[in-house]
Design a protein around this ligand. Structure first.
Ligand code: FES
Ligand SMILES: [Fe+2]
Length: 383
């Protein structure tokens, strides 16, 4: 029988949060940017992965390099936000200058101030980088192998290509979730709730007719309602959308690929015949997570839908989607994401009670077995 592995403190305590920041997130792969963010020499994106500030920079040869975004003089963050750094990376504090390859190039007043400086040993600290289907992943560990991490997932079919110019990216949706990132992750891999919480939005499938496949650290979900054949969407959703006139993505209409791809620890991909949504989680503290989502779809669809404005909880002032702005009961919104946020926050509010416990996890790969698999990965990565 699958069992809860992590203690409940793992889902809220500052100590657990700090431990994850220093261990799990310093040696796992996070999606930090897209190929489309880089066009010219000097283009850069910054990110924070656990305790590590990260920068990804395009050099003159068109390579993308990933570094710790930390000046080697006295440690100031070198780059800010995103933009173009020009031909070199210049620290604003004392203008130590690094090449786009991370090598220390220049130190103002060097002979006077640092006559003995060993310049060669003061290049930016490397991080590891990997490119996959238009996405840029970074692991703060300079010795991490992207090929080893991604290879198992490459065995699963994946028909969408976000670099296709016929697709259009939505604005970024930013959710502020009042729950631990693991509560949200576990909800996403819980096949047992689909038929109940999402009865009116996803309509199941029930435990026996949905399945999660594990590919290394990644998990891929399928509906198996159609004679056991793996399909990317529930029958209910297919029926609801029939006749809605949505434009299908070329090559994505056929069954075979999954409906949810979870890339441990924080990347979630949801493909459908009409769109592809990519989300990342940024743990803020034990009880708070920022979720960023973008959706790619054929140009005709998003041009008239204005989806951000209609998203339950969206506040144009802050640009955030938050439960405190909801004007309707989550179950009345017809939005499965809102239903998920609702139960995740409800669970988070119970966690500190001495009476909180997980009594049992539902058996089956379309039940709650994957929660135990996920928790093992968290436990091992925190060791
Ligand atoms: S801290 Fe960067 S130049 Fe001094
Ligand atoms: Fe859900």
């Amino acid at each position: 029988m699958p069992a809860q592995i992590l203690p409940k403190e793992a889902y809220y305590s500052p100590e657990w949060f700090q431990r994850e920041q220093e261990t799990l997130f310093t040696k796992t792969w996070q999606l930090v940017a897209y190929e489309s963010d880089f066009n010219d020499t000097g283009d850069y994106v910054t990110a924070r992965i656990g305790v590590q500030p990260i920068a990804v920079v395009q050099d003159a040869e068109g390579n993308l390099n990933a570094f710790k975004n930390i000046c080697r003089h006295r440690g100031t963050e070198l780059l800010e936000g995103r933009g173009n750094a020009g031909k070199t990376l210049v620290c604003p504090y004392h203008r130590w200058t690094f090449g786009l390859d991370g090598r220390l190039r220049g130190v103002p007043d060097r002979s006077e101030c640092f006559p003995d400086l060993d310049r060669k040993s003061l290049n930016l600290h490397d991080a590891s980088i990997g490119r996959w289907k238009g996405m840029i992943f970074v692991n703060p560990d300079p010795d991490a192998s992207f090929a080893d991490w991604i290879a198992p997932l490459d065995a699963a079919p994946f028909p969408h290509d976000i670099t296709d110019p016929k697709l259009q990216a939505s604005k970024e949706f930013v959710y502020k979730l009042k729950c631990n990132w693991k509560v949200f992750f576990e909800n996403a891999i819980d096949g047992y709730h689909l038929a109940y919480l999402h009865e009116n939005t996803l309509g199941g499938p029930k435990v026996g007719v949905n399945v999660w496949d594990q590919h290394g650290q990644h998990m891929v979900w399928y509906s198996t309602e159609r004679d056991g054949i793996k399909n990317r969407i529930p029958v209910f959703v297919e029926q609801q959308t029939r006749g809605a006139g949505m434009t299908k993505i070329e090559g994505a209409g056929d069954p075979g690929y999954g409906g949810v791809y979870m890339m441990f620890p924080t990347t979630m991909i949801v493909p459908s015949p009409w769109s592809l949504t990519i989300s990342t989680m940024e743990p803020v503290d034990g009880d708070t997570t920022i979720l960023r989502s973008r959706t790619w779809s054929p140009k005709s669809w998003w041009s008239y839908k204005e989806p951000l404005k209609g998203t339950p909880g969206y506040d144009p002032e802050t640009g955030l989607i938050e439960s405190r702005n909801w004007t309707q009961h989550p179950l009345e919104t017809g939005d499965f994401q809102t239903e998920d946020v609702w139960v995740c926050e409800k669970m988070q509010r119970s966690l500190r009670s001495p009476d909180y416990s997980v009594s049992a996890l539902a058996e089956g790969l379309g039940g709650e077995v994957m929660l135990a698999e996920f928790q093992k990965m968290v436990r091992d990565a925190c060791a």
